[in-house]
Structures are given as C-alpha cells and as structure tokens.
Design a binder for this molecule. Sequence first.
Ligand SMILES: Cc1cc2nc3c(=O)[nH]c(=O)nc-3n(C[C@H](O)[C@H](O)[C@H](O)COP(=O)(O)O)c2cc1C
Length: 199
Amino acid sequence: MDARPLRLLLLAGSARKGAWSGHLRDAARPLAEAAGATTEVIDLRALALPVYDADLEAAQGVPDGARRLRDAIGAADGLLLVTPEYNGFPTPLVINAFAWLSRLQAEGGVASGLATTANKPVALLSSSPGPLGGLRAMNFQRQFLQMAFAMLVVPQQFALVRASEAFDESGALKDAKAVQSVTGVLRALLRVAGAMRSA
Ligand SMILES: Cc1cc2nc3c(=O)[nH]c(=O)nc-3n(C[C@H](O)[C@H](O)[C@H](O)COP(=O)(O)O)c2cc1C
C-alpha cells in the first residue's frame, strides 16, 4: 500500500488579481493539507495558451503550456477546480486550457491529454459575488469534465455565494459552515483519489 500523501492539483478559473475564485482556491489549500493531502497550484494564465485555433495548431503545434498542464494533472491524484461564472458558464480560461489539453497526442512515452484526464478524480467549487455562487457554471463544468474528459467528478460540490464578503483579512473563510462544506468536498475528493490510487 502506498503511504505517500495524496497529491492534489488546485486550479482557479480566473487568474484576475483579487479573483474570488483564487481566494477560494487559496482558502481551500490549508483545508486540503489539514485533511492529509499535499497541494500544488497552477495559474492557468501563466500557461500562456492562446485562444484555440486549428490553423495556429497546424502551423505551430500545441503550445508547451498544455504539456505543463498535462504533466501537472498526470502527477496529481486528484484535482480541485474552483470556477467563477460568466453568463452562467465556465470561464474561457478553463475551456481554452482544456481545449489545448485535448489536442495533445501521446508523445515520447507520455500519455495523451485525454488519457491523462481519464479516470482522474476532480472536485468542484464555485464562487461569485452574486446570490447563486456560480452554481450554474459548476454544473456545466461537471458535465464538460465527465463527458469530454472522462474525469471522475465527485458528487459533492459547493457554491460560495456573496464571495466578496466571505473572506477575512488573512484570506480564510469567515463562515464556519462554508469551511465545513469545503472540507466535506475535499474529503470526498480524497476518498475517491485514495480509492483510485489503490485500484
Ligand atoms: C463576462 C462576465 C459574465 C458574468 N456573468 C456572471 C454570471 O452569470 N453569474 C454571476 O454570478 N456573476 C457573473 N459575473 C460576475 C462575476 O461573478 C464576477 O466578475 C467575479 O468576480 C468573477 O470571478 P473572479 O472574482 O473569480 O474573477 C460575470 C462577469 C463577467 C466578466
């Protein structure tokens, strides 16, 4: 049996300075570590992925940023994706990164983008300053990751409403119930990730 701590990759769907989804990802990080995981964060903007364009792909190939994302997903036992909501939908930053990821074929003994995501556990959180907390986008995100990427999206999820009032000065969630909900999602993710690792 593998005694190594489970490794989680944490992603936020907005790279905006001061993004509430980034705050929620950062608030979830110590909760994941308290639950026994090690964590890694990738800033999707830092992958420098242009808007997907088949002509660009034909001319230049898939950008290396997609390989960085593939490798980080491959090295993780599970993912936590915190999504904001744009017009009830996940953000272009996420959709575009996964579009490029899906174009990576197996190369040099490394699995394709789609083989890397297949059967990988992922849990979803969402956030919004509004009253729905990004819930609509989170449900699309679930469908997208399950249907197109064959990911194991854990049933538990949490939408943080009124995100602009949710954090204290240290960046922690003020509401004990929100902490409990995020912890519940993380525990569910770690259960599935642990089961998949030993499967
Ligand atoms: C194009 C666009 C569409 C938006 N649509 C929604 C929406 O459907 N629901 C919602 O709650 N907030 C919506 N918002 C407001 C975002 O929730 C808000 O800008 C939020 O701060 C973005 O996430 P972030 O803080 O993680 O960057 C929208 C914002 C933008 C820029």
